[in-house]
Design a protein around this ligand. Structure first.
Ligand code: PEP
Ligand code: MN
Length: 361
């Protein structure tokens, strides 16, 4: 007899389990719709006040046999699962977010050079374009070393307004001329969206400097250009902020984005910034975009170029960026960190000799 009763009761439990399951999924679907609307409004998904109110209402309604503590514990688990679902859905909507382990953006430059395809590209050149002769020497060096991408910086975001601000459009003309002479690709920093039409005549890749990383109007405008964009991390930006800045460009329609780690501000006084090398695997894990390491502005000193170069390649980054000048001692900006030509050649030897892991994470 009792066996039969147990059987009957168990069938009731099975039935209730199915009802709970249905209700749980119904609840999850509604929570996910709320999450979608919150994301649209830019509102945080987790609302502790709302959670406290729901738990309070459940405890008031609870008639046992479960204690209030048990009810609270069970529902907290349900809330947690719903929030995780909402967060997963919100992330899936982010264009630059990695969706699958082999999801990769490969950028093809006008000369056919690819970034993000497993190779390790070097971007090099003077901190700023100063003259044709200076850039001509740099261009010849890069061509000799097989480097394809040349810095052609004509607008310099200097700390002091009285320091050299760059040659402007004349600097771009020089960079283009030299690049054409040696078959190089030009990358140059843009300061303001109004410069896009003019700069488009000279540059193959736009570059957003650290100080403009969160200039959302500039980022939106670069979402409309056909050239790839290098986006540098601000020295006080979290990786999440960098990823959202990249998302501004992607949301505008341009997914040809390269992220650049350039060191962050810490209490460390020995280097100009602190190279956050952990950002490489993290950014590669979180996004499908190529990641490059700036070994010049992170260190701020040329004697660290070779070790930083090795570290950059060993981290699984897609390339490095380094400043090189025919006569760094008299450079108009960043004199302490630009490499002499012989140092650059040594760096290239060391970097070639360093293995790059197939995956950064
Ligand atoms: C640069 O790389 O030219 C530069 C100005 O660096 P950052 O924007 O990282 O300071
Ligand atoms: Mn510089």
């Amino acid at each position: 007899m009792p066996e039969q009763t147990i059987q009957t009761l168990r069938r009731q439990i099975d039935e209730i389990n199915l009802q709970i399951l249905e209700l749980l999924n119904k609840r999850a679907a509604i929570a996910s719709e709320i999450g979608r609307l919150q994301t649209e409004l830019g509102v945080q998904l987790y609302d502790p006040q709302r959670e406290a109110e729901m738990l309070n209402a459940l405890q008031l309604a609870n008639q046992g046999p479960f204690s209030n503590d048990v009810v609270k514990h069970l529902f907290k688990e349900i809330f947690k699962a719903s929030l995780a679902l909402e967060e997963r859905e919100a992330r899936a909507k982010i264009i630059v977010q990695r969706k699958a382990p082999n999801d990769t953006t490969v950028i093809t430059l006008p000369d056919g050079t690819q970034i993000g395809n497993g190779s390790f590209e070097v971007i090099a050149g003077a901190c700023a374009v100063e003259s044709f002769e200076q850039m001509d020497a740099v261009g010849a060096l890069l061509a000799e070393e097989g480097v394809k991408i040349m810095r052609g910086m004509a607008f310099k975001p200097r700390t002091s307004p009285y320091d050299f601000q760059g040659l402007g459009e004349n600097g771009l003309k020089i960079a283009r001329q030299v690049a054409n002479k040696y078959g190089l690709v030009v990358v140059s920093e843009i300061m303001d969206a109004s410069q896009i039409p003019m700069m488009s005549d000279y540059v193959d890749i736009f570059w957003v400097g650290a100080r403009n990383m969160q200039n959302s109007f500039l980022l939106k405008a670069l979402g409309k250009v056909r050239q790839p964009v290098i986006l540098k991390r601000h020295f006080s930006a979290t990786l999440k902020e960098l990823i959202y800045s990249a998302e501004y460009i992607a949301a505008g329609g341009n997914t040809q984005i390269i992220l650049m780690e350039r060191g962050i501000r810490t209490f460390n006084e020995e280097t100009r910034n602190t190279l956050d090398i952990g950002a490489v695997p993290l950014l590669k894990m979180e996004t499908h975009l190529p990641v490059i390491v700036d070994i010049s502005h992170s260190a701020g000193r040329r004697d660290l170029a070779i070790p930083f170069g090795r570290i950059a390649k060993a981290s699984g980054a897609d390339g490095l960026m380094v400043e090189v000048h025919p006569n760094p001692a008299v450079a108009m900006s960043d004199a302490k960190q630009q490499l002499y030509f012989d140092q650059f050649k040594k760096l290239m030897v060391e970097v070639r000799a360093t293995a790059r892991p197939e995956r950064a994470f």
